[in-house]
Design a protein around this ligand. Structure first.
Ligand code: ARG
Length: 425
């Protein structure tokens, strides 16, 4: 006899499967040009068969049509896997006020997230990793998307980012009598382990922590390390023990070094790289997620949006150096994902960073790989997303200009399918 726990598991699985938004009908996509993102080869006149949200076949021979098959004609399009952004902040940001987090309730901010997720999906991003959200707003959004209740990309989420008292991931704006504190604040190896356990308890996919100061926090220095080696080691050990990957916010060189040594899976921002940290990232196979577009947005729109002068000044310290670091890291062959920090600039503009990645050293294929197979690898979702291949989820986009020749075509995505459901055509 099935024990209670087992039958409960099956019940939950059954409900989950029923509620997952899929299209049971067979779909045949006639794809004029499919970009194989692993090689950069263009496969002409292909048929992509989609069943129950999954790609079941990619072939140049017409598949046998079922009675009720739906045919989608993308024969004049360039078709590729849905894009992936490994650094977003989808909650809030409906208003342009820099301080909206102080007056938007988590409920209001989550609704902002609903709006931002749809914009992101319609821009061709079918998977995102959201790194840093209080009140587990990101967990709620991820679950609502997965249940098919709202349109949005697949999400890997972190919950509150861990950080030291007074650090980049704390809240430092109000005076001490307000007792304001970031939800992820934890100091010392045992406190950080407890915070990781708490985030795991509330079902995050990834652990994010702040290894150094940052641009958009009050009173922190971008170059300065914040956690000790011992604390970073504890975070990574605890997270990996629970099967969670780790993303470390790190601009300054020493913080980057310590985080890589601790074994993090990705370094976010990675602004002040040097030869040593580049070599270290290569040796450890650490991914870099470098948000090299938003510097332009902050410098042109920041003041108008109410970003304080302190933060504008810090952006000026980071922007140019980060781009130089990016060029050097690409040249050295360090593993890279697309990570935009969307939320600093408007959601839906995520693909704008791809052209900057080519401007600062990547080929268009490398930039596309950062946004597909590399991101899938970082999430450990290689068997789910990142390619147009039998067995993977039908997350498919199309553009009308070859992005290998003009990467900006990815800023004008014409067709978006996620999980076999068409969201834009
Ligand atoms: N969230 C990051 C921080 O506040 C954003 C950095 C933005 N600037 C940049 N050039 N990448 O530190």
């Amino acid at each position: 006899m099935m024990n209670f726990n087992m039958s409960k598991t099956w019940l939950v699985a059954a409900i989950f499967m029923l509620s997952w938004q899929v299209n049971a009908q067979q779909i045949i996509i006639k794809a004029g040009q499919v970009i194989d993102v692993t090689t950069g080869q263009i496969l002409k006149n292909q048929f992509i068969v989609v069943e129950n949200g999954v790609i079941t076949k990619l072939s140049n021979r017409a598949p046998k049509k079922q009675n009720n098959s739906q045919v989608i004609d993308l024969s004049n399009q360039f078709v590729l896997p849905g894009l992936m952004d490994m650094h977003t902040h989808v909650v809030r940001n409906l208003s342009k006020s820099f301080y909206d987090k102080y007056y938007q309730s988590p409920h209001r901010a989550t609704i902002g997230g609903v709006v931002n997720l749809e914009k992101t999906l319609l821009a061709g991003f079918t998977t995102i990793r959201n790194v840093g959200a209080s009140d587990y707003m990101d967990v709620a959004l991820r679950n609502a998307v997965a249940a098919g209740e709202i349109p949005g990309p697949r999400m890997a989420v972190s919950g509150p980012s861990l950080g030291i008292t007074g650090g980049h991931c704390d809240n430092n704006v109000l005076n001490h009598s307000f007792k304001e504190k970031g939800q992820g604040v934890a100091n010392g190896p045992w406190q950080v382990r407890e915070k990781v356990r708490e985030n795991v308890k509330y079902q995050v996919d990834v652990i994010k922590f702040c290894a150094t100061g940052g641009v958009f926090s009050k009173g922190t220095k971008v170059g300065q390390r914040q956690y000790t080696q011992e604390e970073m080691n504890a975070i990574v050990d605890e997270a990996h023990t629970h099967g969670r990957t780790v993303a470390a916010h790190a601009h300054g060189t020493e913080g980057i070094e310590y985080a890589i040594k601790a074994g993090v899976d990705s370094i976010e921002h990675a602004s002040f790289l040097d030869a040593k940290t580049i070599a270290l990232a290569k040796k450890h196979g650490t991914y870099l997620s470098m948000d090299i577009y938003n510097t332009e947005y902050t410098l042109s729109e920041g003041l108008k949006n109410g970003v304080p002068q302190e933060n504008i000044d810090k952006e000026k310290q980071v922007g140019k150096r980060q781009r130089e670091s990016f060029t050097a890291a690409v040249k050295a062959g360090v593993k890279m994902v697309l990570g935009t920090d969307a939320g600093i600039y408007p959601h839906g503009d995520n693909a704008k960073q791809l052209s900057r990645m080519t401007k600062f050293g990547m080929t268009p294929l490398q930039a596309i790989q950062a946004a597909t197979i590399n991101s899938a690898d970082l999430l450990n979702w290689q068997d789910k997303v990142g390619q147009i291949k039998a067995g993977l989820f039908a997350d498919i986009i199309a553009v009308d200009v070859n992005p290998l020749k003009d990467i900006t075509s990815l800023e004008r995505v014409r067709f978006v399918m996620k999980n076999g459901v068409v969201y834009k055509n």
